[in-house]
Design a protein around this ligand. Structure first.
Ligand SMILES: [Zn+2]
Length: 158
């Protein structure tokens, strides 16, 4: 069931935005859906419905807004859409892994990185935003003099 309401939009604002009425409404719904998802008032499924997007598109949209789904607790709904390991076709689940990067002059171990982990072979896949955070972390240590660095993902990524 849906509820219909009229919304008044000042014409000059629409003109300054260079957006059609439909686009403004669409944008309003998406923005509000993202806000509700961030505040965990709505689940990912509900937020996607609110934004009039598929769950997959909504997750991509969150990614484009630099919002990581891993900041949220209610990941259960997502689990069914995780897919399978590209190596062994095993089931993936959400977990934490230790990411080890072997660089020219040092080795960095980042503990407790959220990832999709294959139950069967242990291979893991990083969400785009997480991979970006890891790149950032590694960049921050480029000038260091230690040979081995061990850090906790959640200590550096809020
Ligand atoms: Zn696997």
């Amino acid at each position: 069931m849906s509820i219909k309401k009229e919304i008044e939009l000042p014409e000059e604002i629409l003109l300054s935005l260079h957006l059609a009425e439909d686009e403004v409404i669409k944008e309003m719904k998406r923005t509000l859906a993202v806000k509700c998802f961030k505040e965990r008032k709505l689940s990912i499924g509900q937020s996607a419905e609110f934004a009039e997007m598929t769950e997959e598109d909504f997750i991509k949209y969150l990614g484009s807004q630099n919002i990581s789904i891993f900041n949220m607790d209610d990941l259960d709904e997502l689990k069914k859409d995780l897919g399978n390991c590209s190596i062994c076709k095993g089931n993936l689940e959400i977990g934490n892994i230790n990411h080890i990067a072997d660089l020219d002059n040092f080795i960095i171990i980042i503990k407790n990185v959220p990832a999709f982990v294959c139950k069967q072979c242990g291979e893991y896949y990083l969400e785009h935003n997480v991979a970006l955070e890891i790149e950032k972390i590694i960049d921050n240590y480029r000038e260091n003099t230690a040979e081995v660095i061990i850090i906790n993902y959640f200590d550096v990524v809020v």
